[in-house]
Design a protein around this ligand. Structure first.
Ligand SMILES: Cc1cc2nc3c(=O)[nH]c(=O)nc-3n(C[C@H](O)[C@H](O)[C@H](O)COP(=O)(O)OP(=O)(O)OC[C@H]3O[C@@H](n4cnc5c(N)ncnc54)[C@H](O)[C@@H]3O)c2cc1C
Length: 376
């Protein structure tokens, strides 16, 4: 009998599993709550009106046909004991389950803008277009996403000749905790040159969508963008499964769940560790991509009666754009800042953007805006 693999989540990790199982003797079903595979790293460019939404979102039904069945329906519960996944409309049985539902912001305050789905990016774009002159934007979270967004707002402000006040707020006393301290210092200098105000060691409460409270002081603002506090997407498991670092699922080195040989967790949802087993992976797209490929291989090993292999991550480095032709990066032991990593960021993201037509459109937009210096 053909084994049935159910993949929950058609993002970076889940899509790799589907792609690498095509024609390999499995019945594959992909479940996602949204109709698109979304290239999340470019969402901030959709939010500032630089990138059209169709460039970053590809229809999963079209990508899956004819080999894979695509079901658009949110997962509501997972019954591990009976090998079934419940959605709002049906129950789907599986022989193997791959959980790749990504991460979510833990309890984002009502009325704040997020940056994880296409709808959120478009809502932010609409709000920015209605921004009155001299509006104030508060970006919460000093990780790569917050830094990128703050820099992008500065660019938006320049393109539209508007004097936005942009505050980047971080509860810890440094930016970019996953990267070396000198890169964080370079980022601060660069953002300050772009006019971004930094508030480190500052906690934020949200009184209403137009009032942020920073360390107790009320700040009227146009909008609040919340990027802090990513955790593994909660899915109701029966019986309960162990979660560890950032509410991600505990996995074995093979990426199988601790107590379930036929269930894998990958990408942002999984608490996978780096090669030396001491630290958790941080949750970036290359980790998700490599884990997806690895699990597809392990599933083929199951079919052949072989034991699954442990996952090892090949770290090709990290890059983050910080606005105004500037970026930071770490490749192996080498830290990079300035225009070089900025160019590399665009080359890498253009390369990994799925679909030739999308790459061509993205390249056209970037050349128009950054080479010819035209308004998007
Ligand atoms: C704004 C932003 C910018 C980023 N920039 C970069 C970058 O420049 N470089 C980089 O390497 N990484 C970046 N990342 C991180 C990167 O996007 C993630 O590490 C990557 O998307 C993880 O892949 P994934 O497949 O685990 O999850 P995702 O790509 O998030 O996919 C999860 C999928 O699961 C689906 N899903 C969720 N819940 C359910 C449910 N209940 N039922 C059904 N389906 C569900 C979602 O709809 C989604 O399609 C960024 C992240 C953000 C938020």
């Amino acid at each position: 009998m053909t084994p049935r693999v159910l993949v929950v989540g058609g993002g970076f990790a889940g899509w790799q599993v589907v792609k690498h199982l095509q024609g390999k003797g499995f019945e594959v079903v992909l479940l996602d709550r949204q109709p698109h595979h979304v290239f999340i790293p470019l969402l901030y460019q959709v939010a500032i009106g630089l990138m059209p939404p169709q460039v970053v979102a590809r229809p999963l039904a079209k990508l899956c046909a004819p080999h894979t069945t695509f079901v658009q329906d949110p997962v509501t519960a997972i019954d591990l004991a009976h090998q079934q996944v419940h959605t709002t409309t049906q129950r789907l049985a599986y022989d193997f389950l791959v959980l790749a539902a990504g991460s979510v912001v833990r309890s984002p305050p009502a009325g704040t803008f997020g940056l994880q789905t296409l709808e959120q990016a478009l809502a932010l774009r609409d709000r920015l277009e209605q921004t009155p002159h001299g509006g104030t934007w508060v970006v919460v979270g000093g990780g790569a996403t917050g830094v990128e967004m703050a820099g992008a707002l500065a660019e938006w402000s320049r393109w539209h000749a508007q004097s936005l006040r942009i505050l980047l707020v971080q509860s810890r006393d440094r930016l970019l905790p996953d990267l070396p301290a000198p890169l964080a210092t370079a980022t601060i200098r660069h953002l300050q040159r772009l006019g971004v105000e930094l508030r480190l060691g500052t906690t934020v409460q949200v009184a209403d969508p137009h009032t942020a409270i920073l360390n107790g002081d009320r700040l009227p603002c146009t909008g609040i963008i919340w990027t802090a506090g990513l955790v593994g997407t909660p899915l109701a498991y029966t019986p309960a499964v162990e979660t560890v670092f950032k509410q991600r699922l505990a996995v074995r080195p093979t990426l199988q769940l601790s107590d379930w040989d036929n269930v894998y967790a990958i990408g942002d949802l999984a608490a996978a560790k780096v090669r030396d087993r001491s630290a958790y992976l941080t949750g970036v797209a290359p980790e998700a991509l490599q884990q997806g490929v690895h699990v597809a291989r392990n599933l083929q090993r199951h079919r052949r009666g072989l034991v699954p292999q442990p996952f090892t991550y090949w770290d090709k480095g990290r890059l983050a754009v910080i606005g105004g032709y500037g970026a930071i990066g770490k490749i192996g032991p080498v830290s990079l800042t300035g225009f070089g990593p900025w160019l590399l960021w665009f080359a890498v993201h253009g390369w990994y953007l799925p679909g030739f037509a999308n790459r061509a459109k993205a390249l056209g937009q970037w050349l128009w805006v950054y080479l010819l210096r035209r308004k998007p």
